[in-house]
Design a protein around this ligand. Structure first.
Ligand SMILES: Nc1ncnc2c1ncn2[C@@H]1O[C@H](COP(=O)(O)OP(=O)(O)OP(=O)(O)O)[C@@H](O)[C@H]1O
Length: 268
């Protein structure tokens, strides 16, 4: 029996403004199994990123999780204090975003940013954490990692920044990794490298990965299951092979077909 590592049930995350309520995520249910990759696809604005942010309570103001349940290894995450969430973030559940430049702290050298997560979650001392940071950055293909430690994010190319973010994301071999378009806007070589790293994490650590992407090739290569989002809900949840054969596949990013609402247990 596969184990649900992360389970999202009936999640509702809304944005409140003076113009009204944007129901960005409106009843999403999905599960991540150990040693597998779930692809999440759907047109722009369908709620993929907000779903990902909800998992670690990172939804920005004026967004709010109004209803639902998110469990990790059976433990409810919603309602946890920020201190409790901080213990889980990075070590148990890690997030990687598309815009590495924005995700990295602009005023802290990159080496320190990698070291910080190691220091926070392990017993390693400063020197060993630094050594591990160099090793991780090197593994991610950052040349001369030792001398790169003192660089600031703005001194890196987009590709390099994405490698740093990946190093931080996989540093502690998280059991759950949520990767939000980790390879878009990157050249083909780096894209392949990053996908390889994600596959390794799954293979060596039996991690569960939620991979948000617009790229059908990535879906085909990496995932076993696909959830299609539309208008804040999941409208299709199926095996990747079936999804790729499906005549009802929306044009990714330009969904033109209105789906009936998908509910857990329904077959389409
Ligand atoms: N910070 C925010 N403030 C207000 N509304 C937001 C905010 N972030 C997202 N939204 C809204 O939430 C909805 C879902 O957005 P989300 O970013 O999750 O879509 P997405 O499927 O990830 O799109 P994309 O593929 O373009 O990344 C959209 O209507 C968006 O405008």
């Amino acid at each position: 029996m596969p184990t649900h590592l992360l389970e999202i049930k009936d999640l509702h995350t809304y944005f409140f403004s003076k113009d009204g309520v944007n129901k960005a995520v409106n009843g999403v249910s999905l599960a991540l199994e150990e040693d597998s990759i779930l692809g999440v696809v759907g047109e722009s604005g369908s709620g993929k990123t907000v779903t990902a942010l909800s998992v670690l309570q990172l939804v920005p103001f004026p967004g709010e999780i109004v209803k639902g349940s998110i469990t990790y290894n059976g433990r409810e995450l919603l309602g946890m204090t920020s201190e409790e969430i901080r213990h889980i973030r990075g070590k148990e559940i890690s997030l990687i975003f598309q815009d590495a430049g924005a995700a990295l702290n602009p005023v802290i050298p990159i080496g320190k940013q990698v070291e910080e997560i190691v220091l926070e979650h392990t017993d390693l001392g400063g020197r060993r954490a630094r050594a591990l940071a160099i090793e991780l950055l090197g593994q991610m293909g950052i040349p001369d990692a030792k001398n790169m430690l003192n660089r600031y994010p703005f001194q890196l190319s987009g590709g390099m920044a994405q490698r740093v973010l990946l190093a931080i994301g996989v540093a502690l071999k998280p059991k759950v990794l949520i990767a939000d378009e980790p390879t878009s806007n990157l050249d083909v070589t780096l894209q392949a490298e990053i996908l390889h790293r994600l596959s390794l994490l799954r293979k060596e650590n039996h991690s569960a990965i939620m991979l948000i992407t617009h790229d059908l090739g990535v879906v085909a290569q990496m995932t076993q299951t696909v959830a299609v989002m539309y208008g804040g809900t999941i409208v299709e949840y199926t095996d990747t092979s079936r999804y790729l054969q499906s005549p009802f596949t929306p044009t990714l990013g330009r969904c033109s077909r209105r789906y009936p609402a998908w509910t857990p247990g329904s077959s389409h």
